[in-house]
Write a protein that binds this ligand. Structure first.
Ligand code: ADP
Length: 380
């Protein structure tokens, strides 16, 4: 009797519908496993770089525990009501971008003692209670970690992509890994990671020095199983820009660090548009594990059905553990693999869980369609 595998729904019930803010085309969240890695520095410069690339940009700083937009973007004050009822407020403006920050509403000296429900309602206000106008990108600076705010964000609106900020010093990746998994679970597709403070660049001779050592960016990205979107060096001018309210991308657009941020912004744009295009592609409707035949059968939303012998499905596992970190995906033989489950990861891939404990393989939908034609996947 065929058995229904547990997918492709998300593993939690926080299914996010297509829910867009009026006038806002794309929402990009910037996240990190812990504080102090330069998440706000990266997000303010990423937003500025998107603006420099000709995009209409909004910036929502929902990091209630350390709101940094007022200082880093040099903007402060109380946003004004946008209508006579006072239901909506207008964002402030900085460097050509619309800006909202939890910092506009917090007293500098008061510690933040908000409880979960207050945090959630404040986050909703930031999304639905602000007249953002027409934006190509709304960049959201999330608090570090996996609290209520990212969850609320993903429940309220469609997040088109998330960027994870790490540093070479994140030697224990558990925190970052938790953030990546949380974002995937709430359907916020992780576009990739950017390694900040990636080596020191001498302001006098421009020599780069990995003074802190640490883990190379490619290795971290491979360990997290996400693409590497960029590396930002430690540069005094980046800190000075943040301290003075003029991001380096705005103040010194020709600085090599600004070029690194512009390059990051281009990659984010490409990744988001690629995903937006991909979301029109077929998705699994039903995944059936036919144990008696040793076959997984997937029915797709475009009406197609594909079948996979377990040997082929396991052998074409695309994960870094099976494939190493470089080159093309190759077939890796496993003796008599047995499948125990399947679950949807984000909106684009399925994770298969095997009896021997292997579960790191995330198979993008288009990859699953492709390998169905490979001889190893054909049911005998
Ligand atoms: P987070 O948002 O992760 O807490 P911040 O963006 O506030 O971190 O950065 C922490 C400090 O590190 C700030 O003083 C910032 O100016 C500095 N900083 C961040 N990235 C860099 C960098 N690449 N080069 C130099 N200073 C940096």
């Amino acid at each position: 009797m065929p058995e229904q595998a547990s997918g492709p729904q998300t593993p939690t019930s926080q299914r996010v519908g297509e829910s867009r803010l009026p006038g806002v085309s794309r929402i990009v969240a910037v996240a990190s496993g812990k504080g102090g890695v330069g998440k706000s520095t990266v997000s303010t410069n990423l937003a500025s770089a998107l603006h420099a690339l000709g995009q209409r940009v909004g910036y929502a700083d929902v990091d209630i525990y350390g709101p940094s937009a007022p200082i880093m973007l040099g903007v402060d004050g109380q946003p004004k009501p946008a209508d006579s009822q006072g239901d909506m407020i207008s964002p402030l403006e900085a460097h050509g971008m619309k800006v909202m920050s939890m910092g506009f509403f917090l007293n500098d000296s008061a510690p933040v003692v908000w409880r979960g429900p207050m945090v959630m309602s404040a986050t909703k206000q930031f999304l639905h209670g602000v007249v953002w106008g027409d934006l190509d990108y709304l960049v959201v600076d999330l608090p570090p970690g996996t609290g209520d705010i990212p969850l609320t964000l993903a429940q309220e609106v469609t997040v088109d992509g998330a960027v994870i900020v790490t540093t070479p010093q994140d030697l224990a990746l558990a925190d970052v890994d938790r953030s990546v998994s949380m974002l995937a679970k709430v359907n916020a597709p992780v576009l990739g990671m950017v390694q900040n403070m990636s080596g020191y660049v001498c302001p006098h001779c421009s020599t780069r020095d990995d003074i802190f050592g640490g883990r190379p960016a490619e290795e971290t990205a491979a360990a997290l199983r996400v693409p590497l979107l960029g590396e930002i060096p430690i540069v005094e001018a980046i800190r000075e820009g943040g301290d003075s309210g003029v991001p380096i991308v705005v103040g010194q657009p020709d600085h090599p660090a600004s070029r690194a941020f512009l390059d990051l912004a281009s990659k984010v744009q490409v990744a988001i548009e690629r995903r937006a295009g991909a979301s029109g592609s077929p998705e699994p409707d039903e995944i059936i594990h036919d144990k008696s035949r040793g076959v997984v059968r997937i029915s797709w939303t475009d009406g197609a059905t594909t079948e996979y012998a377990l040997r082929g499905l396991r052998g074409w596992c695309p994960c870094a553990t099976c494939q190493g970190h470089a080159g093309e995906v190759t077939f890796v033989e496993t003796d008599d693999p047995k499948l125990t489950g399947a679950e949807g990861v984000g909106r684009y891939s399925v994770r298969f869980i095997w009896e021997d404990g292997h579960s790191t393989g995330m198979y993008p939908y288009d990859y699953l369609r492709q390998i169905a034609d490979y001889p190893e996947c054909k049911p005998s």
